[in-house]
Design a protein around this ligand. Structure first.
Ligand code: BES
Ligand code: MG
Ligand code: ZN
Length: 506
């Protein structure tokens, strides 16, 4: 984690800057007056003069303080309407604040929380969450000190954020849980940002084990031999063109050991690089296909979050890890393959590989663990990006209650879903002419819906199922308030909340 977060009732005064909040119309939050007193009215003076700062939502004005002041800087943070501050807004504030301080040579700040807010502790925790999520950086491949001039080298990165508020107990309790989720999100982001030559299936599987085992998760890795024996012909076909052999990883978190209920199942597409295979993708932008394991990364991040906070629930996560490469050994269009359950599939396009990987993973998890609920995450179709862009995750759901629960968790976490139609028409469209099913429809229409229709063939009757096509949300090329560009970790937050809200008694 990039930021050290702490809480106390009194200010430390050992950091570079103090953050004080203003509401719309420059209305100061209560802590402003004491700081203003310490700096002999300097803040009042600046506020009066400033034409740009209005207290509008997300404004952050950095002021240098006189030499005898307790901090080098004060940051005026505009919080907008006081009555409108909710958790999502608080996170955005934290994110905007961190973004505004980027490159400003500030190593730490303390944030004076308005204790008059209805739940100041909760607000503080969400500001902290937004700050940490925005401050995330993926820098392990930058060699240190490379071609930086001396001034650049002396610049300090933001590392410490301290909150000053009365109800530190509430804030600390909440943050202890939230930080587990943040870690899961950052883990998912790291995995997505890794290059495909470092994160090929075997390396990925080992990394999952290294990370999750210490958290108490049982991790089982299936290698090619085991998968062959089990008859996972669909996943194996996708992987057969690569020198990097495929893996399947099964993660079990049993936080509710006495329960006999079937576990909740989460399934992730983990194509560590998608060239398209023999149905090769165009070269431009192909490098982005390192994110084609985004679904699996979110499943790993989710299990990590649940295990880290010792969630009282039983879940199983399963990810199919393969590299889709063209080669003399690669599977080809027209090949007929047989999935785990025995269904035959005609391959019409080797670039429609994600659904093949999911077919085996979905069938296997249902066969072995008999879950009542299955949720899969996959960067499955370019068509979902065309339809919904990068703001909404297209979600296909077989069950009304499940949709209600997911939508609710989405609204609470700010990870937005858009319900897509799951219609028998598309399931039928994926039936094969000479096989049971085929991996592409004859028409190009409704590409995300036909992909869901294909997956539906591998869902057992009576299983509540959601398919989240995260092709547009797993990877972004422009910063958002609490999500810096590239791997987003989308899915970890909403599903962690979904589990907490519906499957844990607290
Ligand atoms: N991994 C891609 C989908 C994708 C596209 C993810 C853009 C992220 C951004 C998937 O394997 C794929 O290639 N899908 C094809 C399916 C088609 C051949 C039926 C697509 O969307 O074009
Ligand atoms: Mg593909
Ligand atoms: Zn793919």
């Amino acid at each position: 984690m990039t930021l050290d977060i702490s809480f106390s009732k009194a200010p430390l005064k050992k950091v570079d800057a103090a953050v004080i909040c203003f509401y719309k119309g420059k209305e100061p939050s209560p802590p402003v007056s004491s700081l203003n007193y310490e700096v002999k009215g300097f803040i009042d003076h600046v506020l009066e003069k400033s034409k740009s700062f209005t207290g509008g939502f997300g404004q952050a004005e950095l002021l240098m303080l006189p030499e005898d002041a307790p901090y080098s800087y004060v940051i005026l943070l505009g919080c907008g309407d006081k009555d409108e501050i909710d958790n999502i807004k608080a996170e955005k504030l934290g994110g905007k604040l961190v973004a505004a301080l980027d490159g400003k040579n500030i190593e730490g700040f303390e944030f004076f929380v308005d204790n008059d807010l209805i739940d100041a502790g909760e607000v503080a925790v969400h500001i902290a969450t937004g700050a940490v999520l925005r401050a995330y950086k993926f820098e392990q491949y930058k060699s240190k000190n490379e071609e930086k001039d001396e001034d650049e080298l002396k610049k300090k990165n933001l590392a410490k954020v301290h909150f000053v508020l009365f109800d530190t107990t509430r804030a600390k309790d909440l943050y202890a849980k939230e930080s587990c989720v943040i870690e899961g999100i950052c883990l998912a982001r790291d995995l997505v940002n890794e290059p495909p030559n470092a994160l090929y299936p075997d390396a990925y599987a080992k990394r999952i084990k290294t990370h999750l085992k210490p958290l108490g998760v049982e991790v089982e890795i299936l290698d090619e031999k085991k998968m062959k024996k089990l008859g996972m012909g669909a996943l194996l076909a996708v992987g057969q063109g690569s020198d990097n052999a495929p893996r399947m990883v099964i993660m079990r978190w049993r936080g509710d050991k006495p329960s006999n209920d079937a576990p909740l199942a989460f399934v992730g597409k983990g194509v560590t690089f998608d060239t398209g295979g023999i149905s090769l993708k165009p070269g431009a932008g192909m490098e982005e296909m390192k994110m084609d394991m985004g679904g699996s990364a979110s499943v790993v991040g989710l299990i990590s979050a649940l295990a880290a906070r010792k969630a009282k629930v039983n879940v199983v996560g399963i990810v199919g890890l393969v590299e889709n490469m063209p080669s003399a050994r690669a599977y080809r269009p027209a090949d007929i393959i047989t999935s785990y359950s025995g269904k035959t599939i005609e391959v019409l396009n080797t670039d429609a590989e994600g659904r093949l990987v999911l077919a085996d993973a979905l069938e296997y998890v249902q066969d072995v663990y008999k879950p009542n609920l299955v949720i899969d995450l996959a960067t499955l179709t370019g068509a979902i990006v065309v339809a919904l862009g990068h703001e909404y995750c297209g979600t296909f759901v077989s069950d009304e209650t499940l949709w209600g629960q997911l939508e609710h968790a989405g609204k609470d976490t700010g990870e937005a879903l858009w319900r897509m139609p799951l219609d028998k028409v598309w399931k039928e469209e994926m039936e094969g002419t000479i096989t049971d099913v085929q991996n592409m429809s004859k028409s190009r229409a409704a590409g995300s819906c036909t992909a869901a229709g294909f997956l539906w063939h591998f869902i057992e009757e009576g299983t509540a199922w959601a398919h989240m096509d995260i092709a547009g949300t797993a990877w972004i090329k422009k910063d958002k308030d609490i999500v810096p560009k590239y791997g987003t970790g989308f899915g970890v937050r909403i599903l962690e909340r979904f589990v907490a809200q519906n499957y844990e008694q607290s």
